[in-house]
Ligand binder design. Structure first.
Ligand code: G3H
Ligand code: 13P
Ligand code: ZN
Length: 312
């Protein structure tokens, strides 16, 4: 199967009560780990590239790695998506450069400016057969260079979603219901709870329309411990409980973004490897278990959180 847009994936996910995982890619091992898991489990998958990933690895390298993954996994649909595009120019560059989906994140702008910029991207993208994710409401945490303090996040206002989707023509909408980016999502001792009332209200107003959740890592304590036991220092790292994400996937959420969990798994495994093998210096030796950790993490998410196994 060639590179696809998310249109068909989301239609099936919405009707089937599951979500498609969107995983950030920055290098070969991450692309391989994610797509090997999705390929074996016959799951659709979205590979997403941030502005930072493009700056780190280079647009062409990332596109070619994804092309290689498609050739190696011909039985599953794969979409290539720009994560948190912050300008028309960045979105245009990815649309012209082979991506099948882009996000324009103008959520920090006013409602009117968000509509205007999103509409501009949608018009350009649709003309080229590319789909567009937009965002309403802001998440706490770090979105590329924008840092939003916990407590200053703004939940999506359901009364705005219909007008926003009507006026922009976007294909999916990321909403803020209490998820946030990074490894420190909740204060230790608090009870992490997503705002399902906001999600349900948005769904009522946009029946059949795919909703996206960013900041959906669960920060598995097994990997936080592995990092801390092997020279790291990440006290109080806490994520979104997986059962709440599974519930969201059964509702209108069709795309769930997961990046930090992959970073934690790779870092934990590499730290442990070096502690156990202080004399090793061949990158293949420590990147091999790191790649396996990515694959195991993505397999776990597909089976236990997304429910997308067997849906390719
Ligand atoms: O939400 C952002 C993703 O985790 C990508 O992060 O900007 O560090 O590549 P990045
Ligand atoms: P996490 O930091 O929770 O993995 O979120 C990733 C994300 O939303 C990418 O856009
Ligand atoms: Zn995000």
């Amino acid at each position: 199967m060639a590179l696809v847009t998310t249109t068909e994936m989301f239609k099936k996910a919405y009707n089937g009560g599951y979500a498609v995982g969107a995983f950030n890619v920055n290098n070969m091992e991450i692309v391989q780990g994610i797509t090997e898991a999705a390929g074996e489990l016959k799951s659709p998958v979205i590979l997403q590239v941030s502005k930072g990933a493009r700056a780190y690895a280079n647009h062409t390298y990332l596109v070619k790695l994804v092309e290689a993954a498609i050739a190696e996994n011909p039985e599953i649909p794969i979409a290539l998506h720009l994560d948190h595009g912050d300008s028309f120019e960045l979105c245009k560059s990815c649309i012209d450069g082979g991506f099948t989906s882009v996000m324009i994140d103008a959520s920090s702008k006013s409602f009117e400016d968000n509509i205007a910029l999103t509409k501009q991207v949608v018009e350009y993208a649709h003309d080229k057969g590319v789909v567009v994710e937009a965002e309403l409401g802001t998440l706490a945490g770090v979105e590329d260079e924008v840092v939003v303090e916990a407590g200053n996040e703004m939940f999506t206002r359901p009364e705005e979603v219909e007008e926003f989707v009507d006026k922009t023509g976007c294909d999916s909408l990321a909403i803020a219901i209490g998820t946030s980016h990074g490894a420190y999502k909740f204060k230790p001792g608090t009870d992490p709870k997503l705002r399902f009332d906001v999600l349900e209200e948005c769904t009522k107003r946009l029946p059949g329309f795919p909703i996206v959740l960013h900041g959906s890592s669960s920060v598995p304590q097994e990997f936080v411990k592995m990092i801390n036991d092997n020279g790291g220092n990440m006290p109080g790292a806490i994520g979104i409980p997986e059962d709440q994400l599974r519930h969201a996937a059964e509702l209108s959420v069709c795309k769930i973004n997961i990046d930090s969990d992959i970073r934690l798994a790779m870092t934990g495994v590499i730290r442990k490897y070096f502690m156990e093998h202080p004399d090793h210096f061949d990158p293949r030796q420590y990147l091999k278990p790191a790649r396996q950790a990515v694959k195991d993490m993505v397999s776990h998410k597909i089976k236990n959180v997304l429910g997308s196994d067997g849906k390719a």
